[in-house]
Design a protein around this ligand. Structure first.
Ligand code: 26W
Length: 828
C-alpha cells in the first residue's frame, strides 16, 4: 500500500501576511463582522463582536501556522504526537493575543468601535475538554511545545459537551451539560479530507498470501467515521504554531433512507445517534457495562484515528515505515490511549505486512507513556470478554505481546510465578481483565512519573516487577505550568510590577524571576506586592458577592483549595479545621483572630458519593458560619460552583494561602501548587507530589509543611493502625467531629454526615484524623505570620522568585531530550 510521497512546493504562492496596526485591526474586525458573521455593525450583539474579533486574531496566526507546517515538511524534523483524552485548554482569545503581542492594539481597535475587550474576553466559553490536572497539563504542554519550536500535534476528542457544568441545588452538586459549542467555535477548522473509518466488533480472518505466509485481517461488523477538527496552538511571541487535532465521531450513513421512507423515522437515525454518542461527553459514567463499553469505544476511536493519521502523514512524506521511530514520537497521556500499542501493531502487521518482531521494535521506538496516578481505581483494566467482542484482533495482538514479555521474564530474568502474574497483561484475579498500564509500559521505551516522589513510588509499587525486568525505562519528568497563561495573562498587575523591578527578560525566561530574591526584604517592594495582591482580591471578592451573595473583605487572609473533589485531596480535613476554628472563635472571643476567607471550588465525579457529600458539607458549614453573628465576620467559607480554567485564572492571583494537603503518597504531582506559588501565595502542604520539589526550590522556611510522610503513611497502612486514638487524643478534633455528626450543620437531616465522620473512626483511609493536629497547628502558625505583613510578603516574593523551575518549558525540554530525542530550537 505504498503511498506516493507528497511533494510540498515551498514556493507555492501565498498572500501578504496580515499586519496589526490599530487601524488595520479595526477595519478587519468590521469586515469579519459584516462578511463572515453576516451582521450589520449597527445591530451586532456581543457574541457577534466576539466571533469577529476571534476571526481577526486567528488570521494573524495563520501565516505562522502554515509556515510551521511547511518547515517540518521541508526539513524532515521529527514530530511529537501527544495523545490525550483530555485537553483543558480554557479560553483561547486572550492567550492568542498575548502570545502574538497584539493585545493592546486589539483593545484600542475595539474601543474605537465602542466595544470593551475585557467583556468580550469573559464571553468566550471555556473549552472544558478535561477534568483535572492531567488535561490542563496537556494544554500547558501544547503551549510550551509551540514556544520551544517543537513540531507537535495534540490528538484528542472533540466532546460536544465536555465535562459537565456544575450547579448547586441546596448545596448539592447538580450536573448539567456543558454547551461550549452553542455559539459555534470560530477557532476550529473542520478537515473533512482527514477522516478515517474506525471499526468495532466483527471477526478476524486469516488470509494466506501467495508466498504462503498467513496474514490476519480484521473484518469489523460496524464502523464510524472520525472527522478531524483543527485548532491552532500558538507559542510565546508566535515562535511556532502547532495543531490540536480533535476527532469527532460521525455515522458512515447519516440516515438509512429506505428505513426512513418505510416509516421508521427514528430507527433510520439510530446509527447516526449511536456513532455520535462516542464523542458526546467526557467520562460517561462507567458504572454500567454499557458505560464501560462507551469509554473503551472512545479510547479506541481516538487512538485509531490518530495512528491512522500519523502513519498516513509519515508515508506521504517518507514513503516507508521503517523510519517511523526516527521521525515520530508518540506520548501516551496516561493509559487512556494505551490501546494505541495494539493498534499500531495491527496497522504495521496486518496492513503493511510487517513481521511481529520488526513491528514490536518500531512500536517501542515510537511510544512513551506518562503515568499520572497510582490509585488502583484509576489504573484502567478492561474485561477480556469485552475486548474480545469489541476489538477481537487487538485482543489477539495483546496475547501475542504478552507471550513475548512473559517469555522474556522467564528466560532472561528468571522471574518466579508471582512476578510473572504481576507483570502479565492479563489480570487473572478478579475475572480476566487486560491491564492497560502494563500494556502501555511494555509497548514504550520510556515510562515517566510526574514528580520525583511519584516516580520512586511507581518503581516500588505498581510497576515494581516491570521495573526489575526493564530497569532503564522508568524516569522522572516533574510536571510544569505555562508561565504565559499562569502569570503574564492571569496576573497583569504582578507582571507589570515585576517588569518595573527587574526588567522584562523574565517574560522570555521565567527562571530570571530569581532576581526578585534580592528585593524580598525591600519594604517598598513588599508594599507594592501587597497592593497588587489586594487589588486581585478585590476582584475576587466582587465575584463572590455577585455569584454567592456573600460579602468578604479583601483584607482578610484568602485561604484557597481549588481542585477536583476527592477524598485523598482532603477537602474534608480543611472543612473540619474550619469547624474547629469556628468553635474556637466562639469559645475565645477575646483572642486576636485573623480574619480568614476559606474558598473552595471543584467538581466531584458524578458517581462519587462521598465527594458529593463533602461538597454538601462545605455548603452546610458555610451557611452556618457565614450567618453566625458571634463570628463577627472573622471567618467566611465559600464554595464557588463550576470550577474551570477561567475561574482558576481569577482565583489564583487573589490567593494568600494555597492548600495542597493530600495524603502523602497519593497526589502524583499537583500543578495548582505551582500556579499559586508563582503568583505569590504561600503553600500549606504535605510532603507529597511536587510539593517536595517546591520546598526544595523555595526553601523550607518559605513553605508550611506538615503531616505524615508517604513512608509513615505506608508503614501505618501496613500494620492496619487503628486511627481512633488520634481522635480521642485531640479534644478540638473530637468536638468538631461531634458537632458535624450530631447534625449541627444539617438540622434538616441530622444523620447526613454520620457515616462520613464514622469512617474517620473506623478506618480513616486518608489519614484525616491522624494529620489533623499537625494541620491545625500549622494554621495557627500561619495566623501569626499574617500579623507580620513584612515577613509574609517577603516570603510571598521569595515564592514567586523561586518558581522558575515550575515552567512547563523546563518539563518539555526534558521530554524532548530524554524521551522524544527532538532538538529544541525555540525559547530564550
Ligand atoms: C480512569 C478514569 C480517570 C480519568 C482521569 C481517573 C482519573 C483521572 C484523573 C482526573 C487524572 C488526573 O488528572 N491526574 C492528575 O494528573 C496531574 C498531571 O500529572 C497531576 O498533577 C495530579 O497529581 C493527578 O491527580
Amino acid at each position: 500500500m505504498a503511498e506516493q510521497p507528497l511533494v510540498i512546493d515551498s514556493n507555492a504562492p501565498r498572500p501578504e501576511p496580515r499586519t496589526s496596526s490599530v487601524e488595520t485591526l479595526r477595519q478587519e474586525i468590521l469586515e469579519r463582522l459584516t462578511y463572515s458573521v453576516g451582521k450589520d455593525p449597527a445591530v451586532a450583539r456581543p457574541h457577534d463582536w466576539l466571533t469577529a474579533t476571534i476571526l481577526t486574531v486567528r488570521d494573524r496566526i495563520m501565516d505562522q501556522w502554515m509556515e510551521s507546517s511547511r518547515d517540518t515538511w521541508r526539513t524532515g524534523k521529527k514530530r511529537v504526537y501527544y495523545l490525550s483524552l483530555e485537553f483543558l485548554i480554557g479560553r483561547l482569545m486572550r492567550d492568542a493575543m498575548s502570545n502574538i503581542g497584539i493585545m493592546e492594539q486589539v483593545q484600542s481597535a475595539l474601543k474605537s468601535l465602542d466595544v470593551d475587550l475585557s467583556s468580550l474576553i469573559t464571553l468566550e466559553p471555556d473549552a472544558a475538554l478535561g477534568n483535572g490536572g492531567l488535561g490542563r497539563l496537556a494544554a500547558c504542554f501544547m503551549e510550551s511545545m509551540a514556544t520551544l519550536k517543537i513540531p507537535a500535534y495534540g490528538y484528542g476528542i472533540r466532546y460536544v459537551h465536555g465535562l459537565f457544568r456544575q450547579e448547586m441545588s441546596e448545596g448539592w452538586q447538580v450536573e448539567l451539560p456543558e454547551e461550549w459549542l452553542a455559539h459555534g467555535n470560530p477557532w476550529e477548522f473542520e478537515r473533512r479530507e482527514s477522516s478515517y473509518e474506525i471499526g468495532f466488533g466483527g471477526h478476524v480472518e486469516p488470509i494466506t498470501e501467495p508466498d504462503g505466509t498467513v496474514r490476519q485481517e480484521w473484518r469489523p461488523s460496524d464502523h464510524v467515521l472520525a472527522v478531524a477538527f483543527d485548532t491552532p496552538v500558538v507559542g510565546w511571541r508566535g515562535a511556532r504554531v502547532n495543531t490540536l487535532r480533535l476527532w469527532s465521531a460521525q455515522p458512515i450513513d447519516p440516515i438509512l433512507l429506505d428505513k426512513f421512507n418505510s416509516g421508521d423515522h427514528i430507527g433510520a437515525l439510530e446509527e447516526s445517534a449511536k456513532a455520535e454518542s462516542i464523542t458526546r461527553v467526557l467520562y460517561p459514567a462507567d458504572g454500567t457495562p454499557a458505560g464501560q463499553e462507551l469509554r473503551l469505544r472512545q479510547e479506541f476511536f481516538f487512538s485509531s484515528a490518530s495512528l491512522q493519521d500519523i502513519v498516513r502523514r509519515h508515508l506521504q512524506q517518507y514513503g516507508d515505515l521503517g523510519s517511523l521511530p526516527d521521525k515520530v514520537a508518540v506520548q501516551l497521556n496516561d493509559t487512556h490511549p494505551a490501546i494505541s500499542v495494539a493498534e499500531l501493531m495491527r496497522i504495521l502487521m496486518d496492513m503493511h505486512g510487517m513481521k511481529f518482531s520488526s513491528a514490536w521494535d518500531i512500536c517501542r521506538g515510537v511510544f512513551g507513556y506518562t503515568n499520572h496516578t497510582l490509585l488502583p481505581e484509576a489504573l484502567e483494566t478492561w474485561p477480556v470478554a469485552l475486548l474480545e467482542r469489541l476489538l477481537p484482533r487487538h485482543m489477539q495482538i495483546i496475547y501475542a505481546i504478552n507471550a513475548e514479555v512473559l517469555a522474556d521474564a522467564r528466560n532472561r530474568a528468571g522471574f518466579n510465578d508471582g512476578q510473572i502474574a504481576s507483570i502479565s497483561l492479563i489480570d487473572e484475579n478478579a475475572g480476566r481483565r487486560v491491564r492497560m498500564g502494563q500494556l502501555a509500559f511494555v509497548g514504550s521505551h520510556s515510562i515517566n512519573g510526574v514528580s520525583a516522589l511519584h516516580t520512586e513510588l511507581m518503581k516500588k509499587t505498581v510497576f515494581k516487577d516491570l521495573h526489575t525486568l526493564y530497569p532503564n525505562r522508568i524516569n522522572n519528568k516533574t510536571n510544569g505550568i505555562t508561565p504565559r497563561r499562569w502569570l503574564l495573562e492571569c496576573n497583569p498587575g504582578l507582571t507589570r510590577l515585576i517588569t518595573d523591578r527587574i526588567g522584562p527578560d523574565f517574560q522570555d525566561d521565567v527562571t530570571l524571576l530569581k532576581a526578585l530574591d534580592a528585593h524580598a526584604g525591600d519594604p517598598n517592594f513588599q508594599q507594592q506586592f501587597a497592593a497588587v495582591k489586594r487589588a486581585n482580591k478585590a476582584v475576587l471578592a466582587e465575584l463572590i458577592r455577585e455569584r454567592m451573595g456573600v460579602v468578604v473583605s479583601p483584607d482578610a487572609l484568602f485561604d484557597v483549595q481549588i481542585k477536583r473533589i476527592h477524598e485523598y485531596k482532603r477537602q474534608l480535613l480543611n472543612i473540619i479545621e474550619a469547624v474547629a476554628l469556628y468553635d474556637d472563635i466562639r469559645a475565645h472571643p477575646e483572642r486576636n483572630w485573623v480574619p480568614r476567607v476559606k474558598v473552595f471550588a471543584g467538581k466531584a465525579a458524578p458517581g462519587y458519593w462521598n465527594a458529593k457529600l463533602i461538597i454538601k458539607l462545605i455548603n452546610d458549614v458555610s451557611k452556618v458560619i457565614n450567618n453566625d453573628p458571634s463570628v463577627r465576620g472573622l471567618l467566611k467559607v465559600v464554595f464557588l460552583p463550576n470550577y474551570n480554567v477561567s475561574l482558576a485564572e481569577t482565583i489564583i492571583p487573589a490567593a494568600d494561602l494555597s492548600e495542597q494537603i493530600s495524603t502523602a503518597g497519593m497526589e502524583a504531582s499537583g500543578t495548582g501548587n505551582m500556579k499559586f506559588g508563582l503568583n505569590g501565595a504561600l503553600t500549606v502542604g504535605t510532603l507529597d507530589g511536587a510539593n517536595i520539589e517546591m520546598r526544595d526550590n523555595v526553601g523550607p522556611e518559605n513553605i508550611f509543611i506538615f503531616g505524615l510522610t508517604a513512608e509513615q503513611v505506608a508503614e501505618r497502612r501496613a500494620r492496619s493502625e487503628v486511627p481512633r486514638s488520634a481522635i480521642d487524643n485531640s479534644p478540638r478534633l473530637k468536638e468538631a467531629l461531634e458537632s458535624i455528626s450530631s447534625g449541627l450543620f444539617s438540622p434538616d437531616d441530622r444523620n447526613r454526615y454520620r457515616d462520613l465522620v464514622g469512617g474517620l473512626y473506623d478506618h480513616d483511609w486518608f489519614f484525616v484524623a491522624r494529620d489533623f493536629d499537625a494541620y491545625a497547628a500549622k494554621q495557627r502558625e500561619i495566623d501569626k505570620l499574617w500579623n507580620n505583613p513584612d515577613k509574609w510578603y517577603s516570603m510571598a516574593i521569595r515564592n514567586t522568585a523561586n518558581m522558575g523551575w515550575s515552567s512547563s518549558d523546563r518539563t518539555i525540554r526534558q521530554y524532548a531530550e530524554d524521551i522524544w530525542s527532538v532538538p529544541v530550537t525555540g525559547g530564550e
